[in-house]
Design a protein around this ligand. Structure first.
Ligand SMILES: Nc1ncnc2c1ncn2[C@@H]1O[C@H](COP(=O)(O)OP(=O)(O)OP(=O)(O)O)[C@@H](O)[C@H]1O
Ligand SMILES: [Mg+2]
Length: 259
């Protein structure tokens, strides 16, 4: 009788040990899993396994009016509101005031987020050489100051096209990539594509970043249609199909294209 009790105690102990072992294994696996940074954009995150890898640098390429700024603003706004992540939005084309006004139309209250030091909108004049270097230092300094996790450069085209030579533009993108990576900033950078152009930017950008998303707008049956395609997302089993982009008074959402 006593032997049976001892057997039972041992069995219970073995069960507990095995449970602890499996729990520890689960915790370790969870810790090793790379963090994903969701965009919070309806229809987007499920296309990229839940979000961008933390610290990845993503290009958002598209023609004028295809939704680049809206997508970036939503990434920042949702980051703050849904995930408590701080952000720096570097605006090189639209002034910060105009950007705030335009995004207010979607209900993105950037004024409040700025007041609460959750986001910073930086108006940056396009510059080269030492001027550019100090602007980049300033962006990184502000990102450190507010402990930003997300960064937007809208647009990267303005920065690259201002460089005298292609090789300088390439070196600039290379150093931006390194600097943002080192700070673990999940970064969206926009590229403007001239309407009808088949190539993206200066030709080298796609290969140098972690992900490339294409936004298109075209007239179909007398209606302006917008769509999105993920061209590349390193380490991700991403969607390979066009998605319809729908603009509303709440920003943009994605739905699968009807075949
Ligand atoms: N409040 C709104 N409600 C519905 N649609 C809107 C609203 N604001 C903008 N849009 C639509 O979103 C489109 C995309 O605007 P957005 O500024 O994001 O494009 P973009 O790609 O950044 O353009 P650009 O190349 O000029 O910088 C606009 O052209 C318009 O059709
Ligand atoms: Mg824009």
């Amino acid at each position: 009788m006593q032997d049976r009790n001892i057997d039972l105690i041992f069995t219970d102990e073995l069960k507990s040990l095995s449970l602890i072992y499996h729990l520890k294994k689960l915790v370790l696996l969870e810790e090793r899993k790379p963090l994903r940074v969701p965009t919070g954009i309806k229809g987007m995150d499920e296309l990229i396994e839940g979000g961008f890898y933390k610290g990845d640098i993503i290009l958002l390429c598209g023609e004028a009016g295809s939704g680049k700024t809206t997508f970036c603003a939503q990434f920042v706004y949702n980051g703050a509101n849904l995930y408590g992540e701080k952000a720096i939005y570097v605006s090189l084309e639209e002034g910060a005031d105009r950007l705030t006004r335009n995004m207010q139309k979607y209900g993105f209250d950037f004024e409040r987020l700025k007041r609460e030091h959750i986001i910073e909108l930086l108006d940056v004049e396009v510059s080269v050489g030492e001027g550019l270097k100090s602007q980049i230092d300033y962006i990184l300094y502000r990102a450190d100051m507010i402990h930003a996790n997300r960064l937007v450069i809208d647009s990267l085209s303005s920065l690259l096209l201002a460089q005298d030579k292609r090789i300088e533009a390439r070196a600039l993108l290379h150093s931006l990539y390194d600097l943002f990576k080192r700070k673990d900033l999940t970064t969206l950078m926009t590229i403007s594509i001239p309407r009808g152009s088949k190539s993206i930017g200066l030709g080298f950008e796609e290969a140098m970043v972690d992900g490339v998303i294409l936004l298109e707008s075209m007239v179909e049956q007398k209606v302006l249609e917008n769509r999105l395609l993920i061209l590349k997302m390193r380490g991700t089993n991403h969607s390979k199909e066009y998605q319809r982009v729908i603009f509303s008074d709440k920003g943009l959402t994605l739905t699968p294209c009807v075949k």
